[in-house]
Design a protein. Structure first.
Length: 431
């Protein structure tokens, strides 16, 4: 392991989502889903981190850990708990929370949809129905008109591909309807929602003369798909097909307005460049076999607690590829690992940030890194058992304790470098 530096303008912080930390919301599709007993450890997002009530304490912690930027979710189900009924209290809560972030010198990036939405919308068919883009637009209008003076940066939708695949193919998430037809329709509708929201956010902030540069994008979940056997042309083909179907078709549809097959065709909302930054959520690589059109793991590779391969090189490959294609600044909108014992998280961060520093040296404009995540939280179907936090959480007492990796990351955020001294103090063995 060697010391390295990040560029002086580089920004580091953390990412989270509303439903995974806030607790207390009974109006979302995930609340209903948890109540049906689908969560592996029996936990529910009703508890989570009680961040709704503890946000002041959590923001102090972020400031202590030298966070400069913070990606947070706004919950649609809190803002519009019943159809057409917008909550002034929820809005005020988010205004207070965001104002406190700003007072602490932490710049917010707001996610408008991160897997969860109001139950009334789910009951109408969620993103399967064509009317969803009108509902989404109405919600986005309310948020941006009322928060747009404080927030200039937005992610419209988090990981549309993961939302669609988990809900309509693997059926481990709501609404658990196995249907490729619906899956494609959802991706198409999410693309249209994104484009409408992209235009609307720019329009509102411009018309109202709100301060700061408007930046709008998507948090794209990107994986590396490599052939299981790199010399087998059929495995190579399967890897390319999977990459296109899982990520490239939807990214292109959302970014250009041209619907790609199999999502659709034509450009129902016109064409354009609907991204101001290219958001990458990166975790792992899949090894693809033609036989059975399966994705599996490369043998003898390092893995995290959930069995995901730790493959930092993947971040370099993805940034090169998508920068060449979209020519937009890159924000790593999520990267992190599940490591209950905090045995390798600091090394993981080191390796991925080293990759970022290499990309910057090559002239690829990677500008930001949002670590997933500040504190252990409600990890969807895994519940409270999968621990991704820089900070350990005891969910019974809600006590927060900074882990070794958290202290390491905090120093990196402060200094924008990893020194020899830090390597000796915090890092172990992975590399
Ligand atoms: C991403 C999700 C995020 C979190 C991490 C571990 O796919 O966007 O909410 O669950 O994975």
């Amino acid at each position: 392991m060697k010391p390295f530096r990040l560029p002086s303008h580089f920004l580091l912080g953390c990412a989270s989502s509303g439903a995974q930390i806030e607790g207390g919301d009974r109006n979302s599709n995930w609340y209903a889903w948890c109540n049906q007993g689908h969560i592996k450890d029996g936990s529910t997002c009703l508890r989570a981190n009680d961040h709704w009530n503890r946000y002041k304490e959590d923001i102090s912690l972020m400031a202590e850990l030298n966070q400069k930027i913070y990606r947070m979710g706004i919950e649609w189900s809190r803002i519009e708990p019943q159809e057409g009924n917008f909550s002034k209290e929820a809005l005020q809560h988010y205004r207070d929370e965001i104002s406190l972030l700003l007072q602490n010198g932490i710049k917010p990036l707001v996610t408008l949809h991160h897997f969860t939405h109001p139950l009334w919308l789910e009951e109408k068919g969620g993103f399967e129905q064509d009317a969803v883009s009108e509902y989404f637009e109405r919600y986005v209008r309310f948020v941006v008109e009322n928060l747009g003076d404080l927030v200039s940066e937005y992610i419209t939708i988090n990981e549309p591909n993961v939302y669609a695949v988990m809900g309509y193919y693997f059926c481990e998430w709501p609404p658990a309807k196995k249907s490729v037809k619906l899956l494609l329709k959802v991706l198409k509708n999410m693309s249209l929602c994104h484009i409408r929201a992209y235009r609307l956010i720019h329009k509102i902030r411009e018309e109202k003369g709100y301060p700061g540069k408007t930046m709008v994008g998507v948090a794209n979940h990107l994986r590396i798909f490599d052939p299981y056997n790199k010399n087998n042309p059929l495995d190579q083909l399967a890897a390319r097909v999977m990459e296109y179907l899982f990520q490239d078709a939807v990214i292109k549809s959302m970014s250009t307005g041209i619907l790609m097959l199999p999502l659709g065709s034509g450009a129902p909302l016109g064409t354009g460049k609907f991204l101001d930054f290219f958001g990458i959520n990166y975790y792992t690589r899949d090894a693809v076999r033609f036989k059975g059109f399966q994705n599996t793991q490369m043998p003898n590779t390092p893995r995290n607690d959930l069995g995901w391969e730790i493959y930092p090189e993947g971040l370099i490959r993805l940034c090169r590829k998508y920068y060449a294609e979209y020519q937009a600044p890159i924000w790593i909108t999520e990267n992190g690992t599940c490591d209950k014992e905090d045995a390798f998280r600091a090394d993981y961060i080191y390796q991925h940030l080293l990759a970022v520093s290499q990309l910057c040296q090559e002239g690829i404009p990677v500008e930001r890194y949002y670590h997933w995540t500040l504190m252990d939280n409600f990890e969807w179907a895994e519940g409270e058992s999968a621990r991704f936090g820089l900070v350990h959480v005891d969910f019974d007492t809600q006590e927060r304790n900074v882990r070794n990796s958290g202290r390491f990351y905090s120093e990196v955020c402060d200094k924008l470098e990893v020194t020899q001294e830090m390597i000796e103090k915090y890092l172990t063995s992975l590399g």
